[in-house]
Write a protein that binds this ligand. Structure first.
Ligand code: ATP
Ligand code: MG
Length: 539
């Protein structure tokens, strides 16, 4: 059994109500798209248009020139295409003439009137859930007068906000959206598409159904907040006398724990410099996720796994992470990187000693082959893999203890140097005959640690990430009270030479550390953490 949208579509197809499914993804170009939008794209495009052999339009809902711009349009097209969408691009602003004509039609039918109500009065006169609204004194203004005033609005003769056009529906409707909503306003603003041609702009609830009707949309899928707007949607379609009648269906918007899901708020983070742009790898934007190392397939998989629901809920952030982890576990090449290096000197090898060792590029992929890693006298190991005073159950290197160097030899710690109270160097004796895979030494090492050979190591910047939001504590609802001021940690790492071949946005498993993706913006070897090796909140 499919989700409820699929059920509706299958029924409509079976009953011959529609023969070609046409959906749309209608972003407002007032910011970059986020993962919530990815869910909507997956549902409208893959889950509906592709599945039922229909089409899905990308339509910019660009009816508010103050907040929208060309840069956002460009980024949205790039992101939607990156997710795999194919189709035609439309702009709500291309229908401004049609919308205007619809408005005139409504006035002529006595279904709309020009009012001088202010936003404050609108609020006061709207009524409440239990009390009807108050009718404006202009509600019964003669049609000719409204027509003339609407022309004045259109022709730039009216100041911003001085007049509005309202639908004439029912001030006593139990649905407040039906209490004579504003459908047009005066706004002398430059529009990214229509320039200065218009100084009246339609409101969303009026514009959206017209856009859908104009494109012969069959199933207009939106999020639950619009459920109460559906009667108005239907009213506009009917009163404007469109022959094609699209229908609106609502599904639950995606919410993810510890994740900001609002363009408006994400814009604030960018504008205030809290993050390094819309594509900062910590951002839940599609551009940020891409730079973080997420792939289109992992985001589609996520949308499949979480499904489509009719009730709002919050998805665990681990569900998103496991989609990219599973994919990279199967596909990513492996390499070693030491994020917080200290030196290890192999005491029983000569200066300049070099030995080549074959490592699997990916043990989960038979066809991946092997890579050469050199072993030498001076290595780097992770600071946390050596402890002078080990905590309980510590399995890695301690003074006089043994550890296996991944893929290479067992070594015994025979000494260490400290500077300023910190270990800087460990001396270790290689156990002869202990080579991985052919160990005849009889020595047991409990732990395995990763390493890189100093002769070949390359400097790299590795960025570790935490969530932008602190966990919800049950009190602080507002995002601004939950900002995590420690969401990035930058490491000066030593990486295996093999990683210098990486391409921008190529991801690797750094053995024992997690998955990391080569940055696509910065020069030099910069890797961003994609996700940890295992599920959990720890970085
Ligand atoms: P935001 O508040 O982040 O700007 P929005 O809904 O105002 O979101 P739009 O650009 O108007 O953003 O949205 C385009 C489409 O994406 C709409 O159909 C909307 O319902 C859908 N959408 C937006 N956010 C989500 C979400 N979190 N989950 C699912 N769909 C979403
Ligand atoms: Mg919006």
């Amino acid at each position: 059994m499919g989700n409820f949208i699929e059920e509706i579509i299958e029924k409509d197809l079976a009953e011959g109500k529609v023969d070609k499914i046409i959906t749309r993804f209608p972003p407002e170009p007032n910011g970059y798209l986020h993962i919530g939008h990815a869910k909507s794209i997956c549902l409208n495009y893959y889950g509906t248009a592709v599945k039922y052999n229909g089409i899905c339009n990308l339509r910019f809902d660009d009816t508010n020139p103050i907040k929208e711009n060309e840069n956002f349009v460009k980024s949205i097209i790039e992101d939607v295409k990156w997710l795999g969408w194919q189709g035609d691009i439309y702009y709500a602003s291309d229908y401004f003439q049609l919308m205007y004509e619809c408005a005139v039609k409504l006035i002529k039918k006595g279904k709309a009137y020009v009012d001088d109500i202010t936003p404050e009065q609108m609020k006061q006169m709207r009524g409440t859930l239990t009390e009807p609204g108050v009718e404006s004194k202009h509600r019964n203004r003669p049609i000719e007068e409204s027509l003339a005033l609407f022309e004045d609005m259109k022709n730039g003769k009216i100041a911003d906000g001085a007049l509005v056009l309202r639908a004439k529906i029912d001030m006593a409707s139990p649905n407040i959206n039906m209490r004579d909503p504003i459908i047009y306003r005066v706004l002398k603003a430059h529009h990214h598409n229509t320039g200065d041609k218009w100084c009246i702009y339609p409101m969303y609830d009026f514009a959206h159904p017209i856009e859908d009707a104009a494109e012969n949309i069959t199933h207009s899928i939106c999020t639950l907040e619009f459920e109460d707007h559906r009667p108005l949607y239907d009213w506009v379609i009917n009163e404007c006398e469109f022959e094609h009648k699209p229908h609106q269906y609502e599904f639950a918007r995606l919410n993810i724990e510890r994740t900001i899901m609002s363009k408006r708020y994400l814009k604030k983070l960018v504008d205030e410099g809290f993050v390094d742009g819309w594509d900062d790898p910590r951002m839940p934007t599609i551009a940020g996720l891409r730079r973080r190392g997420y792939t289109p397939t992992s985001l589609r998989e996520f949308c499949e796994r979480i499904g489509v629901a009719k009730a709002n809920s919050e998805v665990e952030v681990g569900q998103l992470e496991s989609c990219i982890r599973d994919e990279l576990n199967a596909k990513a090449e492996r390499a070693m990187a030491v994020l917080d290096p200290i030196e290890m000197i192999i005491t029983n090898r000569e200066d300049g000693y070099s030995e080549e060792i074959d490592f699997d590029i990916n043990p989960n992929d038979e066809n991946a082959g092997t890579r050469k890693v050199t072993f030498g006298k001076k290595l780097y190991i992770e600071r946390a893999d050596f402890e002078v005073v080990p905590p309980p159950k510590y399995k890695r290197l301690i003074p006089d203890g043994y550890v296996r160097l991944k893929g290479a030899y067992i070594v015994k710690c025979v000494g260490y140097d400290m500077e300023d109270g910190k270990v800087v160097r460990v001396y270790a004796e290689l156990v002869e005959g202990s080579h991985s895979g052919e160990d005849k030494s009889g020595v047991k090492a409990k732990g395995v640690i990763h390493w890189v050979n100093a002769d070949e190591a390359v400097d790299a910047t590795v960025r570790l990430y935490d969530y932008l939001l602190l966990p919800y504590d049950g009190i602080h609802e507002d995002f601004s009270e939950r900002m995590n001021h420690n969401s990035i940690e930058v490491k000066n790492a030593k990486i295996e030479k093999y990683l210098t071949q990486s391409a921008p946005l190529q991801s690797y498993q750094f053995m024992r550390q997690g998955y990391f993706c080569r940055d696509n913006k910065e020069n030099g070897f910069v890797f961003n953490q994609v996700v940890s090796l295992k599920d959990g909140y720890k970085k």
